[in-house]
Design a binder for this molecule. Sequence first.
Ligand SMILES: *[C@@H]1O[C@H](CO)[C@@H](O)[C@H](O)[C@H]1NC(C)=O
Ligand SMILES: *[C@@H]1O[C@H](CO)[C@@H](O)[C@H](O)[C@H]1NC(C)=O
Length: 363
Amino acid sequence: MSAVDLKPLAERAGLNDYELSQISDLLGIQWAPMNIPMSRRLQTLAAFVWIYLILFGEALAIYLFIQLVYSRFWWAAILYGVWMLNDIDICHRGGRVSQWVRNWTWWRYLCDYFPINLVKTVDLDPSKNYMFAIFPHGVISLGAFGSFCTNATNFHKLFPGMSCHLITLGGHFLVPFFRDLALAIGMCASSEQSLLHLLDQKKYEGNAVCMIIGGAAEALDAHPKEYKVILSRRKGFIRVAMKSGASLVPVFSFGETDLFHPPNNPENSLLRRFQEKVRQWTGISPMFPMGRGLFQYSYGVLPIRSPVTTVVGAPMEVKRNLEPTNEEIDAVHAEFTKRLQTLFETEKVKYLKYHEEATLVIT
Ligand SMILES: *[C@@H]1O[C@H](CO)[C@@H](O)[C@H](O)[C@H]1NC(C)=O
Ligand SMILES: *[C@@H]1O[C@H](CO)[C@@H](O)[C@H](O)[C@H]1NC(C)=O
């Protein structure tokens, strides 16, 4: 097929069909067709810019800030720096969401690329607060991002009267400029203070705190068709839910692990040991998001066009308990684990083509 689609280019380059197909085969590259509709091109562009922002955005922001310091606009850098230091705590106090940024068309194209869909199983009561516990992390949590950081998947239509905040590492809010985007899409830091603030019934109604429980550690296990999640040793979120009395909601992103095919990194392999070391030092897992490229499907960091469905399960009531004992936490944890398993088993049939081989592995 490539030879036909690339014909105009090949003719200009003086290649005939046969030569072109030989070159493609030699490189082992599967080219994207040339006659792609504009909307699909814009989707690819949206995903392209986004993945580079995730991979290099923070380094770029720091570079730009340093450039600004040494430019003749150094005073702007100082003003920003002072303002940022003054504002540094905001990520623990509810953040600073901008409905305008969350409604950007960019996010719609990004979500339509895969596509990402948000699905509810029951209605939620907008007079209560909830803790959404999201699985799996995948390589870069695109389902959670599209569903809970943007208005592109209709969160507000599905859950009228509710708001949501995705929780991430506090370190991201120390990066100039980058932090402003993170705050604008509703992100907050993962401290206990931050969570209890967002779940405080006196401050918020209908607030959903969205946490990717497995975090960066779980990202290392993101391989296509595999659903290996970290939950057994994660109990902090249960304690916070109990302290605040927020209902726990299991959330599962089906297809999240299909977006990249990272290199094999079994436990104890050299690559895995390297990744674990970096994670212990920085809190961030070094990832190799191997997907596709802009104009071909064989190499690159662009995620694979494959659907992600984020399913919001039924809430589990949690009795408010300011000082839960370990036994009480374990009981709630066990019940939640059961509910997550049930959600996975009942919903996978609808959203995974390979549901018969898909099993949830909880570690
Ligand atoms: C979310 O998007 C819908 C259109 O899909 C729009 O009607 C609504 O006003 C948006 N809500 C916010 C809060 O931006
Ligand atoms: C959000 O964006 C949609 C489509 O781009 C637009 O129709 C809607 O009015 C916007 N909503 C708000 C509240 O800005």
